[in-house]
Structures are given as structure tokens and as C-alpha cells.
Design a protein. Structure first.
Length: 182
């Protein structure tokens, strides 16, 4: 059993997130003792594509990666496409790589990594339609249930959540990874 007590994990999302890709990892990290914080472009609440509502704790303009131990990027086509247009969200995401902190990304959540310019030389997976974007950004894309590359945990779809959540908790427990760089 992993112990994440004292760790704070940021979840970066906006409207249109894949419900289970927010709630599943959230439950996994909080179930192991971490504090989860929802960061979004605007305050208030956000709504998943299947109707799950979540209260925003902090806006991207006010978020500082140095106050978190890890970042989770849930998927959802609308979420993934919208959040990457928020320059504060891109800055926030890149800072986790600069600070060598674990980042978990699933499905379309990986789109923002192309804008954050953190994929050169990295190996990851995603929803298959992101393959070209991720490889054009310098990544090696593989079709696997879960991929771990020096603190970067990635998965493809909601069916991969059990494997994703287990590796996410493991990487957060390990802490900083020197190979996690921007």
C-alpha cells in the first residue's frame, strides 16, 4: 500500500473532461492520503462530458506548480483541446517538468504537452488520434495500457484506468524524477 499523506496533487481540467479520467485518479490519490486540488481556467464549477460537476479550487492564473507534488491531466476531447489554449495552463504544466515532478496524462489530456514543449525524447501513449501530434512534438508514441517514462505516466482510454492509477500513485510516492525535464 502506497502512502501519499502530505502530498498535494493538481488536477488540470476544464469543461468537457472525461468524467472517469478525473474521478478515478482523484479517488486513487486521495484514497492513498494525498490532497487533490482542481485547477481550471476559470473559477466556479466545470462539467464533464457525461455530466459530472466538479468545483474548481484554483484558477490557472493563480496556480503555482511549486506548491504541488504532482499533476494529473485528464482527457476528454473538448477538455484537451480547450485547456491547451490557456497560456497559464501551458505555463503551469511545463513547470512540473522543469521541477522534475510526476505528471499523469490519459487519453486527450496529452495535447497540452505539445504546447508545453516537453515531449522531445519522451515515450508515452494516448488516445490513438493524438499519435501524430505527439510524435511531431518529439515523442515516441506506443500503443500500450500504461507507459512510465521518468515520472511521466500515460494511458490511452478509461479502460486503462486501473493500471494508470496504480502507476500514478507509485510515481507520486517516489517523488521527483531527474529524468522529468522540460
Amino acid at each position: 500500500m502506497s502512502h501519499l499523506t502530505g502530498k498535494t496533487v493538481a488536477f488540470l481540467a476544464t469543461d468537457g473532461f472525461e468524467d472517469s479520467e478525473l474521478t478515478g485518479p482523484w479517488e486513487a490519490v486521495t484514497g492513498h492520503g494525498a490532497t487533490a486540488v482542481l485547477v481550471s481556467s476559470e473559477s466556479g464549477t466545470i462539467t464533464g462530458k457525461n455530466g459530472h460537476e466538479a468545483r474548481v479550487d484554483r484558477t490557472t492564473a493563480d496556480a503555482d506548480a511549486s506548491t504541488f507534488d504532482a499533476l494529473v491531466l485528464p482527457g476528454g476531447v473538448t477538455n484537451g483541446d480547450t485547456i491547451r489554449t490557456d497560456v497559464d495552463a501551458v505555463r503551469f504544466t511545463r513547470a512540473f517538468f522543469e521541477q522534475h515532478k510526476p505528471v499523469g496524462v490519459i487519453c486527450h489530456g496529452g495535447w497540452i504537452l505539445t504546447d508545453a514543449d516537453v515531449l522531445r525524447g519522451r515515450t508515452l501513449t494516448s488516445y490513438p488520434s493524438l499519435r501524430t501530434d505527439l510524435t511531431n512534438a518529439g515523442a515516441t508514441w506506443v500503443d500500450e495500457e500504461v507507459v512510465v517514462d521518468a515520472g511521466l505516466v500515460s494511458s490511452r482510454v478509461p479502460d486503462d484506468l486501473p493500471a494508470f492509477n496504480a502507476k500514478l500513485v507509485e510515481e507520486i510516492e517516489e517523488g521527483q524524477h531527474t529524468g522529468q525535464t522540460a
